[in-house]
Ligand binder design. Structure first.
Ligand SMILES: [Zn+2]
Length: 265
């Protein structure tokens, strides 16, 4: 009999314990769900806000960007065509990079300043423009660019480390000369689109751009300060702009694209 009672008490206690346990569990579950809902709300709101902000950003305009970049690079100046070229660049909201020869910087100091004041990058294109002199010793090319650097400092009060070797870095530049330039901190840029503007008609220069830019999201176009370039530049920029390219000046801090690194995109 007493055994029976104690058995019943035991069952009662077990049921009580189970009930407490279940209710506590429900309590926790409820609290957790509540937390979950609250967090989910915050999460969803954040996502909604982000999406909204993103969509308004997009509709604002400038971020319509296709991500396609064109580096317009102009060699051998400055010259009597520089101001004209800058006006055309500005018309297309384009910035370019000018690789300048020492004597021309001295002959056209106002054009050097005009290049810089309009947001373009000044770069160097040697003193001699002669591969026999440039590669006479391992240090000759580097020394020519040091002179360029000093000239720019005198003319415009700023420095640059962006360079282009006359006729391109390959196949002419010996490895030792290349190493000297890299060690001195010069950023050597070549090109992947030769407009051939110095020897062909402005129509043909445009055709070359169309042909060689096909399927590319990043181009480095080689041009020169020539009368026909000033003439064809407007049409070349219009074409590239319609193809979704943004015209960017070379930034000293970025990795140069050249024939040594073979990193044209
Ligand atoms: Zn040149």
């Amino acid at each position: 009999m007493s055994k029976n009672i104690s058995k019943k008490i035991s069952i009662f206690i077990v049921i009580c314990l189970l009930l407490i346990g279940v209710s506590t569990k429900f309590g926790f579950t409820y609290a957790n769900d509540y937390e979950l809902i609250k967090n989910e709300d915050i999460y969803l709101n954040t996502i909604t806000d982000t999406m909204y902000n993103l969509s308004t950003e997009i509709s604002k305009g400038p971020s319509k960007s296709t991500g396609k970049k064109a580096y317009i690079t102009i060699d051998d100046g400055p010259s009597k065509y520089t101001d004209d070229i800058i006006n055309t660049l500005n018309k297309h909201n384009a910035k370019a990079t000018f690789f300048m020869i020492d004597r021309n910087m001295k002959l056209y100091p106002n054009q050097v300043k005009n290049i810089i004041e309009n947001g373009n990058t000044p770069g160097f294109h040697s003193v001699s423009h002669d591969i026999h002199k440039l590669y006479k010793t391992n240090k000759s090319a580097k020394e020519e660019f040091d002179i360029n650097r000093q000239t720019l400092l005198e003319v415009a009060g700023i420095e640059s480390s962006v360079v282009r070797l006359p006729y391109g870095s390959k196949p002419y530049t010996p490895h030792k000369c290349y190493e000297e330039l890299v060690e001195a901190g010069y950023k050597m840029w070549d090109w992947d689109i030769d407009t051939e503007d110095w020897k062909v008609s402005s129509d043909q220069a445009l055709e070359n751009v169309k042909l060689y830019s096909k399927g590319k999201d990043n181009i480095v176009a080689l041009m020169h300060e020539k009368k026909q370039t000033a003439k064809s530049l407007d049409r070349i920029l219009r074409y590239l702009s319609e193809e979704g390219y943004e015209f960017v000046p070379i930034d000293e801090s970025e990795t140069p694209q050249n024939f040594w690194l073979k990193n044209f995109k």
